[in-house]
Design a protein around this ligand. Structure first.
Ligand code: PSU
Ligand code: MN
Length: 304
């Protein structure tokens, strides 16, 4: 693995000392937020993880290596580069071989985290089953990854650019538990609630860590979705944001956006149409996830 993985000094030290580590993705940096807010948010999220007793490992593909932990310079370069490829499971080999810049999605970050021995990963939103998937077959590779790779993923639920109901059905078929952190209903990213229930509610990081340990001890492959609602003060009005998402979906359809471009296009449109309000909410929920994720990583580190 040394041929492909390259650790930052901070992560290397953490591994040697057996400290809890939290993986972070980089598609959110390159395709989810504009520069310079992306780099600033990434740094602040890393600091929140440190302040809560764990060590952050932002993951990206740079120069033919999967980087586990980025230096400040790497983060700055990466967040400001225009030639970064969104990288899912499918794309990893190609990007390593060609030494191009790759931003890891939830799926690719899970793969990298597992290779690096990291059990917990914090992000904003996961991919899912898109609306209209019954004809487009647009289902994120993130879901397949959640079913086979042993990493718990803390997110703010599923965004309503997706078909949340079908996403839950898919996760159920694949045996992926969906846990609400302090909530009975699945949060919908910008809002604290959707019309769907989670499988389990837990109010305790330790309980979630124990659940993951039991699952993995049994040899049950795969991760879990730990859905943590956006803080109340940062949540957007459901009517407002859903109206905007509808408009973004219509435009994506009219423009014929396909494949891996769909999610970044929709996220970009939503940001544009909300005049930045969605970006503020997005930043707030990721930070909130970092707090919860660090607590779960600490608990996982104790029960392994
Ligand atoms: N949802 C968000 N923000 C994001 C993404 C999803 O709210 O940045 C990114 C994540 O990296 C996720 C990817 O893994 O989009 C899913 O893309 P796709 O739907 O093409 O699988
Ligand atoms: Mn897709």
């Amino acid at each position: 693995m040394e041929k492909y993985l390259s650790y930052s000094q901070e992560v290397l030290d953490a591994k040697e000392k057996g400290l809890p580590i939290v993986a972070l993705e980089s598609t959110i940096i390159s395709h989810g937020m504009p520069y310079p807010q992306n780099v600033q948010t990434a740094r602040e999220v890393e600091q929140i993880i440190r302040d809560n007793g764990a060590v952050p490992a932002t993951i990206a593909i740079i120069d033919g290596k999967i980087k586990i932990g980025l230096t400040d310079e790497e983060l700055e370069m990466f967040g400001n580069a225009s030639n970064v490829a969104k990288t899912s499971r499918r794309d990893m080999g190609y990007l390593l071989a060609t030494k191009k810049l790759g931003a890891t999605t939830v799926a690719a970050t899970m793969i990298a985290a597992e290779l690096a021995g990291i059990e917990l990963f914090v992000t904003g939103g996961i991919g899912g089953v898109h609306r209209g998937a019954e004809t487009t077959m647009d289902i994120s590779a993130d879901l397949e990854e959640l079913s086979q790779t042993n990493v718990a993923v803390v997110c703010a639920g599923a965004k309503s650019i997706l078909d949340i109901g079908l996403t839950l059905e898919y996760l159920e078929t694949k045996g992926v538990p969906v846990v609400g952190f302090g909530t009975d209903v699945l949060p919908a990213f910008y809002t604290r609630e959707s019309e769907f229930s989670v499988n389990f509610r837990s109010d305790s990081a330790k309980e979630i860590a124990d659940m993951m340990r039991a699952k993995w001890d049994l040899g049950l492959q795969g991760g879990a979705v730990i859905a943590n609602p956006i803080p109340e003060g940062d949540a957007l009005d459901a009517g407002f944001i859903n109206g905007i998402i509808e408009r973004a979906l219509v435009e994506a359809d009219e423009k014929g956006v396909k494949g891996k471009d769909v999610t970044p296009f929709l996220l970009g449109k939503v940001k544009e149409l909300t005049e930045g309000t969605s970006l503020v909410a997005n930043i707030a929920l990721v930070k909130n996830n970092a707090r919860v994720g660090a607590a779960i990583a600490v608990a996982l580190n104790k029960n392994n």
